[in-house]
Design a binder for this molecule. Sequence first.
Ligand code: ADE
Ligand code: ZN
Ligand code: ZN
Length: 263
Amino acid sequence: MTRISCIFAKFFALSALIFCVNVDALGWGQKGHDVTCEIASRHLNAKARKAVKKLLEGKSMIYWSNWMDNASHTPEYAYTKTWHYKNIDEGIEYAEAPLEPKGDVVTAIEQQIEVLKDRKSSFQSKRLALKMLVHFMGDLHQPMHMGHKTDLGGNKWIVNYFGKDKNLHGIWDTDVLESGHKWSYTEWADQVNRTTRKERKHICEGTIHQWAEETYQITTQVYEGAPQGSKLSYDYVAQWTPVAEQQLLRGGLRLAYILNSIF
Ligand code: ADE
Ligand code: ZN
Ligand code: ZN
């Protein structure tokens, strides 16, 4: 190859690579976040319901559920880009995972809770904290948001899903939910939000870190169940839809639990 054609070849190879890693960064797709917030809103006590309504100036949590995914792409909120996930590389214990200096989903949730609890916080800062909290509680329960840093949380982990090459992160953001059920977010909530008081109590036990670690255990199984290049279809959906449902339920109930505790 001449020097010029070699430079061209490198340029095209690099462009193709950049093109393939289209980073699907930011959480469940819209449906997952809406379902999480809808379930949460059904479990708010009267005080929390009133406080949320006031802070969101009449709009619902569902209205704001997905806002962060767009806001993080604006200069104003660029500092929140890493707040949607926490990376834990293969073979590393949850507690041993190096911390992202710019913050991760767990620290982001803890911070927003502190802002909401603090009597000295302004209305505007509480309002922003709530908009962030309702979103990040969804992200905390999306298994690929606890994925390996080496593959950008599954964004570079390519499998074949119903005949198309896709990344595992995107499959978990949207495809697993949409392949499982063609439901609206309220229909999802109707079907998933079926628990006894005892089950709800059990789900809401623990700390944010314990919830994150629980997600990470699922993450490990998700990677194992979908090696790179594997072909996933109906049996994959049958196996994993119930897990996705359970994660949405946990996210919703725990979000309500946090808000009920704060207000
Ligand atoms: N989105 C973008 N980068 C990511 C990462 N490293 N882990 C999870 N989600 C991501
Ligand atoms: Zn997100
Ligand atoms: Zn995502």
